[in-house]
Ligand binder design. Structure first.
Ligand code: FES
Length: 111
């Protein structure tokens, strides 16, 4: 599985591994790296809102919810300052590309 390092915000706040995007998000519950693609039909989870429980993301495309804990367990990560290192699924030689994705205000709310 590829080990990738990218920024927690700003110009390189997204890493694509084999074409699948991952971003770092900050909620009241803490920080985590998530796949930015909804499991339903690939909607932009980086633009999701957080439901009233604070535990589920609401996808902006079809408003299905997905567990924040379940998503974050899929991507073990450690933050150090303004960077985060994560282990993502995929072949170790998968193409890796840094880039930028906007993050909804609710996913940029923590510290
Ligand atoms: S793509 Fe996310 S709910 Fe449909």
């Amino acid at each position: 599985m590829p080990v990738v390092t990218f920024k927690v915000s700003g110009a390189e706040n997204c890493v694509r591994v084999a074409g699948l995007p991952y971003v770092y998000i900050r909620t009241e519950a803490g920080g985590a790296v998530l796949p930015a693609s909804c499991p339903h039909r690939g909607g932009p989870l980086n633009l999701a809102s957080v439901d009233a429980t604070g535990r589920r993301l609401v996808c902006p495309w079809h408003e299905q919810t997905v567990s924040l804990a379940r998503l974050s367990r899929r991507v073990p990560a450690v933050r150090s300052g303004d960077t985060v290192t994560a282990v993502v699924r995929g072949p170790v030689d998968a193409p890796v590309e840094l880039g930028h994705l906007p993050v909804s205000p609710e996913l940029d709310a923590g510290t």
